[in-house]
Ligand binder design. Structure first.
Ligand SMILES: [Mg+2]
Length: 414
């Protein structure tokens, strides 16, 4: 089997509402690049990458000459061809490599008639549990409905997510408002579900002192962990010395060099594995092995996925023995998907690991066409901008918080 062609298509798929975060906002939709790797025997392997547009598609087009004729089973060779670690200093293609790795694993699974999880060591679980992932949200750009800003709105939203999907872990995504306000929000969520687990993620925008103050104030709650309270291994280490809550990260341990540093002088307890950030599913399995050795925790991170990437997260979650936390997914904030059958279903807060050959998902061509067309109409959105605060940028550490009494909602095309 040889690679015969490579295609990348940018799509944008609407979210239920604009999701606010520490650096700005998801403006009511996600932009993703869908990658198709076709072989000489007519198979199509699927990959997915965050962001998109002409420049992203051009990167994949530029790799066609190198990849055509290559055996998709030789993934380790591809790693050096696409994302050689020293060449990456000039041209970082880690996330591109991830999309290609997903597609190659999908092709191998299809060829061998087994799910990707069987290639990665075999599944240890058939379903992967997820957290509720509660965001502050702007109201719907047309109607203003669906706003999540006040404490009552946050709790009501978490309750609705639990009722609909069955979550027993609640993640509060924060870093938007002053930490004192968000502390009240987090306590309210934790007290609403005293038997459920909770976790909090301000996206690394606090000072170390704010991180310590907040961390100490949540010690009595049923915490999984406090995620990225501060940006940098030293701030995390100082926080960890003074706070009796495990710390997690998807920002300061995102490569093997940082993983080694954290093993030698621990600053973070739980490493969040992102199949895109780490360059594929296989590197994440490798990280989980290192964490098993050093008895660090792991969980599955979400950088905003459609069904192809969600499938990579499910196969990863199925095969790592030390997955001791619910995974994160933005997935249930989407209104639709580009895979056949539409959005994958949650039951009891978990999603079944696909059982079909390869990644176990198939492109819905009509949906791909529809959302590629929507992308051509709307283009990209600025992830690190807040639609209601023109000219604003978060500092690190931040002190320019949004106002929790501001109930406006922004105009935006969706
Ligand atoms: Mg995070």
């Amino acid at each position: 089997m040889r690679i015969a062609d490579l295609r990348a298509t940018t799509v944008t798929v609407p979210l239920e509402a604009p999701l606010r975060h520490a650096n700005g906002c998801h403006w009511g939709r996600f932009v993703r690049t869908i990658v198709e790797v076709e072989t000489n025997d007519g198979k199509i392997g699927l990959g997915e990458m965050g962001g998109g547009g002409e420049s992203a598609e051009a990167v994949f087009r530029g790799l066609r000459t190198d990849l055509i004729g290559h055996d998709p089973a030789r993934i380790e060779e591809l790693r050096f061809l696409v994302s050689n670690p020293t060449a990456s200093l000039y041209n970082n293609r880690t996330q591109v490599m991830a999309a290609i790795e997903f597609a190659c694993l999908d092709l191998l699974g299809q060829s061998w008639g087994v799910p990707v999880s069987e290639i990665l060591g075999g599944r240890l679980r058939d379903r992967v549990p997820f957290a509720s992932y509660c965001f502050f949200r702007y109201g719907d750009p047309k109607t203003g409905a669906g706003e999540v800003r006040t404490i009552d709105q946050v709790v009501a939203n978490a309750r609705a997510l639990k009722a609909k999907y069955g979550f027993t872990t609640h993640k509060v995504k924060a870093g938007v408002f002053h930490p004192d306000y968000e502390l009240e929000v987090y306590h309210a969520v934790a007290h609403e579900f005293p038997k459920d687990r909770v976790r909090f993620d301000p996206n690394a925008v606090w000072s170390t002192e704010d991180a310590i103050r907040f961390g100490q104030a949540i010690e009595g709650l049923n915490n999984d962990y406090l995620e990225d309270p501060v940006f940098g291994l030293n701030g995390m280490r100082r926080t960890r010395e003074k706070v009796r809550v495990p710390l997690a990260t998807n920002t300061v341990v995102v490569n093997f060099e940082q993983l080694a540093a954290n093993a030698l002088d621990t600053a973070v307890d739980v490493i969040l594995l992102d199949t895109t950030f780490w360059g594929g599913i296989r590197p994440c399995v490798k990280v989980a092995g290192v964490c098993e050795t050093f008895q660090l925790g792991v969980a599955v991170h979400s950088s905003g996925e459609l069904g192809i990437q969600l499938s990579t997260m499910l196969h990863l979650g199925a095969v790592i023995p030390n997955l001791s936390f619910a995974a994160d997914a933005h997935y249930h904030h989407l209104t639709d998907d580009i895979i056949e059958g539409g959005l994958m279903k949650y039951e009891g807060g978990s999603i079944a690991v696909p059982t079909g050959p390869g990644l176990g998902v198939t492109l819905d061509r009509e949906k791909l066409r529809q959302y590629a067309e929507l992308y051509r109409e709307l283009g990209n959105y600025p992830y690190d901008r807040d639609p209601l605060r023109p000219g604003w940028a978060a500092l690190v550490p931040n002190d320019r918080w949004a106002d929790p009494n501001d109930g406006r909602w922004p105009e935006m095309k969706r």
